[in-house]
Design a protein around this ligand. Structure first.
Ligand code: ATP
Length: 480
């Protein structure tokens, strides 16, 4: 029966029968009385606390409230015991929270995961990621953090250990870097495979895996035992989208010796993470090997371009504009940006680095910003504004951070290249002081590491909620 002003509610409320209603009860409830107590129920802090304890976040609580209220109003019959409780609440002999079991029953029918919320909570507890990797926890690993600015030899020293070990894995941030290590290691006489999301190259003609592998960090194999692992650009651990892969490699790799290369700003976070596992942790500090001068004048015109210049910008329109302007002036230009195929990027980098090639100017996005060894004399920031992901996961335009600017500028004057001293400047005069300000700041200490549930955790979750899609499983985890 539909609740109307001064009209009767009573019923077999089918969804609540399981709670224990067996007989019907015909005491009438006025619609206004019902609305008063249900609104009171919704607003009460003690009800909200009860709801949170049972796994109903504010969004679910609101949805259930709307549905429960509608159901009660439209129901032709409510179970006798519920009817009785409603009457007791209205008469003041019972508290409004007495309605909660009926409300929660309704919630469980709308959101099945609430039936196993305690188990799901245990599975979703992401507070001790170190404990997820039991094989790695059984080992006593030695972690060496090579900390320092760009071009200080951090990766060089880690790679020396990698190449001279009996078995090893290099985990890099870019396909380009993994390829560079793959070629360098094979050239040095140590057989090394390459594994990226797009490519798997085994050097052995019979397809037997080599003892060494260079991979992109997401492809790190946690099931193989290595003597030495190198995790490059460890400061990427803070990246909102990819950081989880560095955390996973750091905590889960089964390697006796793990070399981390990156910015000093990661040190405190690493020390804290290392407290959660029982590995030895050592820090080795480095200084830049070559000079990097911050110029005090912008180049202002494409006519002032020189051999060894690298123009850096943050979108494809700028890439094409700069390339057109330079080509109009008769320059051969190498171009590198993120969405180019890795082989094309590699080819472009090789052309630019080749002293016998006429191509002596590079136009690139910050795809070159990490670890690449390029023969750049002068980095020219064409723009300082980049579309970046903020902490809430939304894209917004903002100045490059100190860490990003230092990484990019650090490509100039690489040790052992044709230009042992590097320079950095801007294209526009107006950007000059801002760039110097950015470069002269200290990179902020990293406070957060990315985290992603393991495949086993998602599988367990799916076991409890077999009808849910993968994306809804991930959202459910966040609710818990
Ligand atoms: N001791 C050394 N002997 C020979 N070459 C070296 C030595 N140290 C560094 N290099 C060379 O200097 C260049 C820069 O070194 P490396 O890549 O290790 O720097 P990095 O500190 O890791 O910088 P980034 O953070 O930019 O990657 C590389 O080409 C490397 O091979």
């Amino acid at each position: 029966m539909i609740l109307k002003d001064d009209v009767v509610v009573q019923t077999t409320y089918e969804n609540l029968i399981a709670i224990g209603a067996s007989a019907s009860y015909d005491k009438s409830i006025k619609r206004n009385d019902f609305l008063r107590i249900i609104n009171d129920f919704y607003r009460r802090d003690d009800v909200k606390k009860l709801a949170i304890n049972q796994g109903l976040d504010s969004e679910i609580f609101k949805n259930v409230y709307v549905s429960f209220r509608k159901y009660c109003i439209q129901s032709t019959s409510l179970p006798a015991d519920f009817n009785l409780i409603l009457n007791d609440i209205i008469s003041g002999s019972s508290n409004v929270t007495a309605m909660f079991p009926y409300f929660f029953q309704h919630a469980r029918q709308m959101f099945p995961h609430l039936k196993c919320v305690d188990d799901l909570r245990k599975i979703s507890d992401l507070r001790n990621p170190g404990n997820w990797y039991l094989d790695a926890r059984r080992m006593k690993r030695k972690i060496i953090f090579h900390a320092g600015p760009t071009n200080s030899g951090k990766t060089y020293h880690a790679l020396q250990r990698f190449m001279n070990s009996d078995s090893g894995v290099y985990c890099g941030p870019l396909k380009l870097l993994a390829s560079e290590v793959f070629h360098k290691t094979n050239t040095a006489g140590t057989k090394c495979d390459l594994v990226t999301g797009e490519e798997r190259r085994l050097v052995d003609i019979d397809g037997k895996p080599a003892n060494h592998v260079a991979c992109t960090v997401e492809m790190t194999n946690l099931n193989t035992l290595y003597d030495v692992a190198v995790i490059d650009e460890i400061q990427m651990i803070r990246d909102p989208q990819r950081g989880w892969a560095w955390t996973r490699a750091l905590l889960g790799l089964q390697a006796k010796e793990i070399h981390l290369c990156g910015e000093i700003s990661t040190q405190k976070l690493l020390e804290e993470l290392m407290l959660t596992v029982e590995d030895d942790f050592e820090v080795r500090q480095y200084q830049r090997l070559t000079k990097l001068s911050h110029l005090d004048h912008a180049i202002e015109s494409f006519d002032n371009v020189r051999s060894g210049d690298c123009f850096v910008c943050f979108n494809k329109n700028d890439i094409f504009h700069i390339t057109r302007e330079l080509e109009k002036r008769g320059h051969e230009v190498a171009v590198i940006y993120g969405s180019l195929p890795p082989s094309t990027k590699l080819l472009q980098a090789r052309r630019f680095n080749d002293p016998n090639d006429k191509c002596k100017i590079l136009v690139a996005t910050d795809a070159i910003g990490m670890g690449l060894n390029l023969s750049i004399k002068r980095v020219v920031f064409y723009s300082l504004v980049k579309s970046q992901m903020n902490d809430e996961g939304n894209k917004q335009k903002a100045d490059v951070t100190t860490s990003q600017a230092l990484q990019i500028a650090g490509r100039a004057g690489r040790f052992g290249s044709a230009f042992p001293d590097g320079e950095v400047t801007t294209f526009r005069r107006d950007d000059m002081s801002r760039l110097n300000e950015i470069l002269n700041q200290q990179a902020k200490p990293i406070e957060r590491a990315g985290l992603h549930p393991t495949a086993e955790q998602i599988e367990m979750f799916a076991y409890y909620l077999p009808k849910q899609s993968l994306s809804s499983l991930i959202v459910r985890r966040e609710c818990l």
